[in-house]
Write a protein that binds this ligand. Structure first.
Ligand SMILES: [Zn+2]
Ligand SMILES: [Zn+2]
Ligand SMILES: [Zn+2]
Length: 234
């Protein structure tokens, strides 16, 4: 998704006002480098010609020109979401070096919600008498069902400290930044949530009744499937 931007470029003592840029459309492999070094930026040709004219008239140096253009890139980098165009390897390496990155910050609150929910599901899963029914993706189970057991990780505890940063990084960097809805339930990325985090929700009898009512249409059509393995008696 390319964006268009305008920047008041300054080359030494010369102003090139309202220079037009297009960002994120062309990434020529021939001159590949990082996006923060200008890869993916297209600039208005006449602005370049005016800069060259100022250089040949001796008003500014070529070094001023390079510096001024890279400063413009730097100003437009954040507002145009350029971090998302950097390669996955660079984003990963910079995040590890700096102990966090833009993607991690952007995903922190939905990841915290995900962990809190997972922790709640896990705690309930240990008390099947109190929470005898469990909602899966579309199915209703008894909490002791073998299908539920297979869907749950073997063990779970909330990641803390450096483990949390690492877990957040795995989540945030797997996300497709262009498809992110801010809701972890709609997570769009290559990441196996269920392998680490409980995703099935154990419920009390009252909660299970409310859940089935909520997932039953006005004409009695069910939006869920009672599991055929455990045949939940609700
Ligand atoms: Zn990160
Ligand atoms: Zn997110
Ligand atoms: Zn079942």
């Amino acid at each position: 998704m390319p964006t268009f931007d305008t920047d008041d470029v300054t080359i030494g003592s010369i102003a090139i006002p309202e220079t037009r840029f297009m960002i994120g459309d062309h990434f020529p492999e021939l001159r590949k480098r990082t996006v923060c070094e200008g890869w993916g930026f297209d600039i208005e040709l006449l602005a370049v010609l005016d800069i060259l004219e100022a250089v040949s008239a001796g008003l500014v140096s070529a070094d001023d020109a390079r510096k001024g253009l890279l400063e413009a890139v730097n100003r437009m980098y954040g507002p145009n979401g350029c971090f998302d165009y950097e390669s996955a390897e660079d984003r990963q390496a910079w995040c590890e070096r700096d102990g966090g990155c833009e993607a991690c910050r952007r995903h922190q609150s939905d990841f915290e919600r995900l962990v809190a929910d997972a922790e709640g599901f896990w705690r309930r899963y240990q008390q099947p008498e109190k929470y005898p029914f469990t909602a899966g993706k579309k199915g209703l189970h008894e909490t002791g069902c073998s299908v539920v057991k297979r869907a749950m990780p073997k063990q779970f505890s909330r990641p803390v400290g450096s483990q949390f940063s690492q877990a957040l990084r795995e989540y945030a960097h797997a996300a497709n930044p262009f498809m992110d809805t801010g809701n972890y339930e709609d997570f769009d990325g290559c990441w196996n949530r269920a392998a680490t985090y409980p995703t099935f929700r154990p419920m009390t009898v009252a909660e299970a009744r409310a859940w089935t009512a909520q997932n039953t249409g006005p004409k009695g059509g069910r939006n869920y499937k009672p599991c055929r393995v455990c045949a939940p008696a609700l």
